[in-house]
Design a protein around this ligand. Structure first.
Ligand code: PDD
Length: 265
């Protein structure tokens, strides 16, 4: 009778953990709070309690090099299956998975992507557990040997099925602005920080499907995959089909940032 199971009525977070250190902890917890506020679930724990719980799971799995902590809060169990609900006690689920983000060597050939219509609802900034459109598109990508499905709403590229999207054109980086059409990725924020540190101009401006296909470079980003270069979309090569120099700089800067204990987010 858990509404997480029956309706996908819940909010989740994924925290990357490097060497037992939670990368972007505050940003992830803040986004979790916003999601819970949006769907009106009371946060069952204080920040300190979350940190204790997450660290407990990290410790149990401390032999894994890097972990992704998945945390889900559903509205809880009701007496019957119905769309409306009484005031319930939220259910908390936490798990750790081993993550091994691809090394630079492995990424140097680039990855393929698909581009499809963004058919999702219009609260994409909420990290809700109901992810049908996302999982269908992720599966389609997998079945086509692609890394990701990039989504396009009314001719504008929003994000990936489980990632944010960046393009490079004439040495400027572009990514869709925050708002209701994308999830405000924490990795996206770190990449913005990396671009500043590398003194490369980054514009939080939307770009069209045509601009995606005509870009010099395309990347996707997420907490578990970091920054992945995309060199073909729907079977069409991006520029010369090679991984780009701006990606290489940002990738290196991201590796520095993720292991520095004083990261800013
Ligand atoms: N997904 N956009 C969507 C739709 C996502 O699902 C994700 C992450 C991102 C990137 O967000 P972040 O940089 O904070 O991971 C963007 C996670 C990893 C998941 O669903 O497992």
């Amino acid at each position: 009778m858990d509404r997480g199971f029956l309706f996908g009525d819940g909010i989740y977070e994924v925290f990357p953990v490097y060497n037992n250190f939670i990368f972007g902890l505050d940003s992830h917890l803040n986004r979790l709070q916003k999601g819970l506020d949006t769907i009106n679930i009371q946060n069952p724990h204080s920040k300190d309690e979350w940190v204790k719980l997450i660290n407990k799971i990290i410790l149990i799995n401390k032999d894994s090099d890097n972990q992704a902590i998945y945390l889900q809060i559903s509205r809880g169990c009701d007496e019957d299956r119905k769309h409306t609900h009484a005031k319930l006690i939220p259910t908390v689920y936490i798990q750790s998975s081993n993550i091994r983000p691809s090394s630079k060597d492995h990424l140097l050939n680039g990855r393929a992507a698909l581009c499809r219509d963004d058919i999702r609802w219009s609260k994409c900034n909420t990290k809700a557990t109901s992810l049908l459109a996302n999982t269908m598109y992720a599966q389609e990508a997998k079945e086509n040997g692609a890394e990701e499905t990039i989504l396009c709403r009314n001719g504008v590229i929003t994000e990936g099925s489980s990632s944010n999207v960046f393009i490079v054109k004439n040495n400027y980086i572009y990514t869709h602005p925050k708002g209701t059409l994308i999830l405000p990725g924490i990795t996206r924020e770190f990449i913005i920080e990396c671009a500043k540190q590398c003194e490369i101009q980054l514009h939080e401006e939307s770009f069209s499907e045509e601009e995606l296909f005509n870009a010099d470079e395309v990347w996707v980003s997420s907490s578990t995959r970091e920054v992945i270069p995309i060199t073909s979309i729907n079977g069409k090569q991006i520029k010369d089909g090679l991984v780009g120099p701006v990606w290489s700089l940002i990738y290196d800067q991201y590796q520095i940032l993720k292991t520095s204990s004083d990261n800013l987010l």
